[in-house]
Design a protein around this ligand. Sequence first.
Ligand code: NAD
Length: 503
Amino acid sequence: MADLSENLKSLGSHLDRLRSRGILNHIAGKDSPAVSGATFETRSPVDDSFICNVARGSEADIDQAARAAKDAFPAWRDMPATERKAILHRIADLIVERADEIALCECWDTGQPLRFMSKAALRGAENFRFFADKAVSARDGQALPSPTLMNITTRVPIGPVGVITPWNTPFMLSTWKIAPALAAGCTVAHKPAELSPVTASILCEIAQAAGLPDGVWNMVHGYGEEAGKALTEHPDIKAIAFVGESRTGSMIMKQGADTLKRVHFELGGKNPVVVFDDADLERALDAVIFMIYSLNGERCTSSSRLLVQETIADEFERRLIERVNAIKVGHPLDPRTEVGPLIGKGHFDKVSSYFEKAREDGAMIAAGGKRHGEKGWFVEPTLFTGATNGMRIAQEEIFGPVLTSIRFGTEEEALAMANDTAYGLTGYLWTNDITRAMRFTHGLEAGMIWVNSENVRHLPTPFGGVKASGIGRDGGDWSFDFYMEQKHVGIATGQHQIPRLGA
Ligand code: NAD
């Protein structure tokens, strides 16, 4: 892998290109500035330096994008699925061709370390290939004969949809939502996060180069309260696929109520990792560290609450402190870096506020707990010990490289604590007792659970959360359940008696 100076050099040429024209909206196959002419700046969290100007779309731009998606819908819906499949595979091919550029830009725009982002583009390409292959059978249904009818079901795409994505891993998440929508036969209006607009724009460029018809994928940049809100309220948009904070999900549900929007929400988490004393503690330690300090802890599935059994807690926490203190914080384009800067000042302030909250609530800062360096939005990887589950550091999503360690005595206590949160996205369990694993996973309130493993995504499995962590599932066929409508047709198979009124 190239070193920091080589990576900075390669990044430079991509930045020149971005700066020369700025990031524009993409509507009905054309790149255009916002209708109002307004722009905003995107800056790098590494040193707060200017990256480029971005079109600041609002209601008028969303209206154009939604109309373009509506106009393009019938032809895209009716295109033979094999042709849609071929276009989606071409998008995947072009993502792979531009993978280095995507990785470098993603790191510079978001602060994510290259060691994780170098694979992000390839994972995005995989998302397109997976759903491209499924496009051909997406409309398949069932035959459900009754005594008098042949009942058949089929699925049809719901129509133009709105996709709203967050700033953490924006490239991967955009592909994750948009690939199944296109495979289902929907057209899309996408509003990427204002804090990380760069790679979403590259993705849209790629889709056009791959031959996606004009209007099938429209992109409007801008702020949530302006462009995002307008998208959720637009009457031509039939559904909203949203990834972001639980609070925003709740606002979107209200905003979409007048137009009866179907919604799919992937929201926040405060996910427990539960370590019992009979577990393989070496592997558990690696997984606990990986699942909170990778991706800067800006990860919805991060295991931000460690529940560790009292019998092993002293030793487990001692080893944890050693490792957390040794995590390499640095420039995201340095391949050795393990933790980079947080996305921006607002988020840096939020994460840092928990250092004080931890002290106020009576926990201890066993590692980190302060800013790292003087420039950029870096914090030190942090570990809170001596915490209880009622503290704010145990209940609120911090979304940074910050772990809260809580001790438990019995399995019942661990389960009660694991469930005692508003969220329910993922859970991680470490034990070598299979019966306990069965019992515990049965009782745990979470959409996704891994036993003796970190989070390993497998595309055919359902992805999503319960409680305040979301509504609906992605992955496999579940994505199509959201982007498509079920249709039933009953055909009489004979001359059954029809009730006669007024005869
Ligand atoms: P956010 O909710 O602030 O913003 C997400 C998107 O919503 C942005 O594009 C924003 O512009 C837009 N938005 C904001 N207000 C809006 C409104 N009123 N109407 C329409 N759109 C609006 O979230 P964020 O801070 O960008 O992302 C971090 C959050 O995302 C965390 O809570 C994290 O857990 C969550 N997340 C969840 C998953 C998951 O799969 N469950 C995955 C990644 C991130």
